[in-house]
Ligand binder design. Structure first.
Ligand SMILES: C[S@@+](CC[C@H](N)C(=O)[O-])C[C@H]1O[C@@H](n2cnc3c(N)ncnc32)[C@H](O)[C@@H]1O
Length: 261
């Protein structure tokens, strides 16, 4: 595997370069499996989980599919709240880890969010995508698949990196240690974004799409958009994690609340 995927010149519609990008996105998760398992997750546990749980509502007794479940942390949380959880993820090492930690609560499948092959039509009450869309080569296909597996009236809760923050990664413009503002650039140019020093300590590539592209894809799949959140930390969360103060300046995350009518 190459050490990074260059965004420049990689947005060609040529199918071999598309396949190369799709493989690159998949392989970088295989390479970073251990890093993800060991990653500190306070942004989720100390901030976003509360927003996700609020958006999901009561999960007790509900069939929930966590698409791109990683090592299963959020599945375990939902199972603890009484949900009947299935986690699916493309990275087999993460699925194995999720199974090992599940203590029998929940089902874990190795599979692609693009097609959700093997997941029955109209079989889930709720579907979750917790910061996964930016990792997907074909977000439209994945959204259509989520729609397919939800029951009528089922809801799809999608948390993603905010498109304003994905357009230009590491966009803080600083004066010394002071963050002056976050630069948004090349917003309409969709495609891979290379973060040279990412959470892995090395390069990592994620996908940027505009807000209108995501919303259009949700609506074209048949979803109704019921809510849109740009999460900010509560005063208690901020007191516990003072570094989350940036979240009031430019949203880092976005949550789409969707329903299959
Ligand atoms: C940022 S992690 C999020 C994991 C989990 N949702 C969480 O919040 O802890 C992104 C996850 O998406 C998975 N992933 C990437 N591409 C995928 C695909 N095409 N289908 C299913 N999972 C995918 C990766 O293996 C990784 O576990």
């Amino acid at each position: 595997m190459q050490s990074d995927y260059q965004a420049e010149g990689s947005s060609s519609s040529d199918s071999s370069s598309s396949r190369e990008l799709e493989k690159y996105l998949r392989d970088q998760w295989i390479v970073n499996t251990e890093s993800w398992i060991n990653k500190e997750q306070s942004v989720r546990t100390g901030f976003l989980d509360a927003w996700m749980l609020r958006a999901l509502g009561d999960v007790e007794g509900r069939r929930v599919l966590d698409i791109g479940c990683g090592e299963g942390r959020f599945c375990r949380l939902l199972a603890g709240l009484g949900a009947e959880v299935t986690g699916i993820d493309l990275t087999e090492g993460l699925v194995e880890h999720a199974r090992a930690l599940s203590e029998g609560a929940g089902t874990y499948l190795a599979g692609n969010a693009h097609d959700l092959a093997g997941v029955e039509d109209e079989s889930f009450d709720l579907a979750v995508s917790y910061i996964v869309m930016v990792d997907l080569f074909d977000y439209r296909e994945a959204i259509r698949s989520a729609y397919r597996v939800l029951k009528r009236d089922g809801r799809f809760i999608v948390c993603n990196i905010h498109p304003m923050r994905m357009a230009k990664v590491n966009g803080w413009i600083r004066q010394g240690n002071r963050k002056l503002f976050y630069a948004v650039d090349d917003y309409t140019s969709e495609g891979p974004r290379l973060e040279e020093i990412s959470w892995t300590g090395k390069a990592f590539t994620s996908m940027h799409r505009t807000l209108s592209s995501y919303i259009t894809a949700f609506l074209e799949s048949g979803f109704v958009l019921e809510g849109l959140q740009e999460p900010t930390p509560s005063p208690t969360q901020l007191a516990e994690h003072p570094t989350f103060d940036d979240e009031y300046r430019v949203p880092n995350f976005i949550i789409y609340e969707l329903r299959k009518p």
